[in-house]
Ligand binder design. Structure first.
Ligand SMILES: Cc1ncc(COP(=O)(O)O)c(C=O)c1O
Length: 375
């Protein structure tokens, strides 16, 4: 049996006609960048996640970059975030000349640990933002983080790249803090036909500035109020995403059902593995975890991964190094051991196949292969 980590063709097949019709409409209109399809998508995403404003951009990375630019974050500024995340979360801070200040994670959720964040906020000065990441599709502990932000007067910006639709008791991922962003990279729960992303925020003036900055800092053509960039989203991406968005809740439900099936299947074996924690499961929110990834913590992780590969089961490591261990961030002066939980997660975690079309037979096979490995 073959079990891919993700099979996008299965999602595409039933929507193919509708998507191609939308792409054809964009082609016929020859309005290829921004335009009405983007405006429709921005409105729909803002409504969906409960944000005041949404601005479509060229990627999740550019969404973060243009937001930090709009907030004027630059040299001398510090931005607190987790070292256990995708590279872009920290690189966007560094690219603007600001300094990423890493804070270790809660080992149960893999998200930034608010107690350690409190310590860091007491120790540093010139803090300009706190960036929690809603890793794997479950929100960070936003109640504690927002409170810390308010106490210290530091805005909370959410990296919700993996979490469009995830719900927290305080609101939708991305729309809880001052601003947030999403990635529509094809493997995300809502994926485009290429790169795309979106910034969301509360404040109308900030939204207007981001809109200008995504288009070289101009509000009136060829009059540049700010130094921005080309962070525009293509109309084709907006059109494709507009077709897919109405299906997102059903897809999230499908992922959650498969997560529950894994949980039940693993419960039938005594294995030395740790399953994902669902920390908001008892709050009555259907999308408390949208499982962009389903993560196992596993001893002998690399050997297990090789065993699964031999059995034609896809898996992935998100992420093999914590960011303070990356060569390009050596200049920050961190050492091995500074963030033990992030380092341990980088050594122990493995993403298993999860997508709405995954079958029970495939899941049984994955669990049986893992059980066989530890036997
Ligand atoms: C946590 C996180 N932040 C940021 C990004 C960057 O998004 P993109 O790949 O759309 O630039 C990603 C996506 O890979 C991500 O997973």
């Amino acid at each position: 049996m073959q079990v891919p980590l993700l099979d996008l063709k299965l999602q595409y097949a039933p929507l193919k006609r509708q998507m191609l019709a939308e792409i054809e409409a964009v082609a016929d209109s020859q309005t290829l960048i921004l335009g009405p399809k983007t405006e429709q998508l921005e409105k729909a995403v803002a409504e969906y996640c409960g944000a005041g404003h949404a601005i479509g951009v060229s990627s999740g990375t550019d969404a973060q970059l243009v937001l930090l630019m709009a907030l004027g974050i630059g040299p001398g500024d510090k931005v607190l975030t987790t070292p256990y995340t995708f590279f872009a979360t920290a690189s966007c801070i560094a690219r603007l000349g600001a300094t990423p200040v890493f804070v270790d994670i809660d080992p149960a959720t893999y998200n930034i640990d608010p107690a350690k964040l409190a310590e860091a906020l007491n120790q540093t000065t010139n803090d300009k933002a706190i960036i929690p990441v809603h890793l794997y599709g479950q929100c960070a502990d936003m109640a504690a983080i927002v409170e810390l932000g308010q106490t210290h007067g530091v805005p909370v910006l959410e990296d919700a790249a993996q979490a469009l639709g995830a719900q927290h008791p305080l609101g939708g991922a991305g729309a809880i803090g001052e601003a947030g962003w999403f990635s529509f990279y094809p493997t995300k729960n809502l994926g485009a036909f290429g790169d795309a992303g979106m910034v969301v925020c509360r404040d109308a003036a900030l939204a207007a500035k981001i809109k200008a900055l995504r288009n070289h800092g101009m509000e009136t053509r060829y009059y540049h109020q700010w130094i921005g960039g080309n962070f525009r989203i293509d109309a084709i991406q907006s059109a494709v995403l507009g077709v897919k968005l109405p299906h997102l809740d059903a897809w999230s439900a499908g992922r959650r059902a498969r997560a529950a099936y894994y949980r039940a299947a693993f419960a039938r074996h005594e294995l030395p593995v740790t399953l994902p924690a669902e920390v908001f499961a008892d709050r009555g929110l259907p999308n408390h975890h949208i499982y962009n990834q389903w993560i196992l913590r596993a001893p002998r992780r690399d050997e297990l991964r090789a065993h699964l590969a031999k059995a034609s089961i896809g898996s992935e490591i998100y992420y093999p190094l914590a960011l303070h261990q990356q060569e390009c961030f050596r200049y920050l002066g961190y050492r091995e051991g500074d963030f033990p939980e992030s380092e341990r997660a980088a050594r122990e975690t493995l993403a298993l196949p999860i997508f709405p079309e995954l079958t029970e037979e495939q899941q049984d096979y994955v669990v049986a292969q893992i059980a066989a490995f530890y036997r």
